[in-house]
Ligand binder design. Structure first.
Ligand SMILES: O=C(O)c1cc(C(=O)O)oc(=O)c1
Length: 306
């Protein structure tokens, strides 16, 4: 019997019964950033984790996928599972080709283990620099991992805060694989969209083989509103930032729900509203097709048709 840990105080569970979005996702849409948590009784959380979440199982993720009209998922290893990828892999395998995974691995991982992950559907590893989520990994270890995954054609998913980009950028430039940036590099949306901090991010994102997820308006918003109670156009302060990224890099942007939304303390988004956010940031049908279908297919299912 596995001892169950209580949730982190103040933890908000994912939104039950999300609304049906007004915006209909195009067929073949990929939710390119979501997670599973446990269930804890089957897949215990890592001892080194910084939070203990609620359970968020693969079946609950697949139910959300079907409700929203999503076709495929990219399931990103959540930090609460450390480098034990079992829950993520179990979900990817169960999706029968309709999911890919992004793993967390240690630098001593062997080639055969990497090949096993690849066969299961993993296409990248995640490097996390957000201090409230992980203890810092030595850069040499991350470089070792990047070198090991390069022959598989994988990429590195980077999660960092905008304020840390100047210090990290030089290191990112040394990584020999495509880079995928979580949550738009977490801009401070109280700063101007044409100000120096976001300009620096756009400059970095403009390099070859850098992809950007225009995800997590619910996490980046300052003014909100939380957009419950029938509001359909939520998170308006984040829209100009995401729109700018979509307009500048239409062929290298990705969208995801971030379900089950770890560590949100003030409100839990209705995932239906996160779908209705899409047409606000991708203004034309062509931009939306690239963001939702063509780009993630090229990165995660190359050679397959949506
Ligand atoms: O901002 C966060 O708290 C967060 C955490 C995790 C994780 O714990 O893996 O993933 C995310 O995409 C976002």
């Amino acid at each position: 019997m596995i001892a169950r840990s209580p949730k982190t105080p103040g933890w908000l569970d994912w939104y039950v019964n999300p609304s049906t979005p007004d915006f209909r996702l195009p067929p073949g849409t990929v939710d390119a950033h979501c997670h599973v948590f446990g269930p804890q009784a089957e897949f215990p959380f890592a001892p080194e984790r910084k939070y203990t979440p609620c359970d968020a199982s693969k079946d609950q993720l697949f139910a959300l996928r079907d409700h929203l009209g999503v076709t495929r998922n990219v399931i990103v290893q959540a930090t609460c599972h450390g480098a034990d990828n079992s829950a993520m892999l179990d979900a990817v395998r169960a999706a029968g080709g309709r999911a890919r995974g992004v793993a967390t691995v240690r630098p001593d991982i062997g080639e055969s283990q990497l090949r096993e992950l690849d066969a299961a559907g993993v296409r990248g590893v995640r490097f996390n620099f957000v201090k409230r989520l992980v203890d810092a990994s030595p850069k040499e270890d991350l470089s070792t991992i990047a070198k090991k995954i390069a022959p598989l054609g994988w990429h590195v998913v980077l999660y960092f805060e905008a304020a840390d980009l100047p210090e990290l950028e030089g290191f990112f430039d040394t990584l020999p694989v495509p880079l995928v940036i979580d949550h738009m590099g977490r801009p401070d949306v109280t700063k101007p969209v044409d100000g120096p901090e976001f300009a620096r991010f756009l400059d970095f994102a403009g390099r070859n083989d850098v992809w950007v997820k225009v995800s997590c308006p619910e996490r980046l918003t300052v003014t909100g509103p939380p957009a419950l109670d029938g509001q359909r156009h939520a998170y308006t302060d984040v829209v100009p930032f995401a729109r700018r990224v979509v307009d500048e890099f239409p062929d290298r942007v990705l969208w995801g729900t971030d379900w089950p939304h770890p560590n949100l303390k003030d409100h839990m988004p209705d995932d239906g509203l996160l779908v209705d956010y899409v047409p606000q940031v991708a203004a034309t049908a062509e931009l939306r097709r690239k963001l939702l279908v063509d780009n993630p297919m090229r990165l995660y299912w190359p050679g397959e048709t949506a």
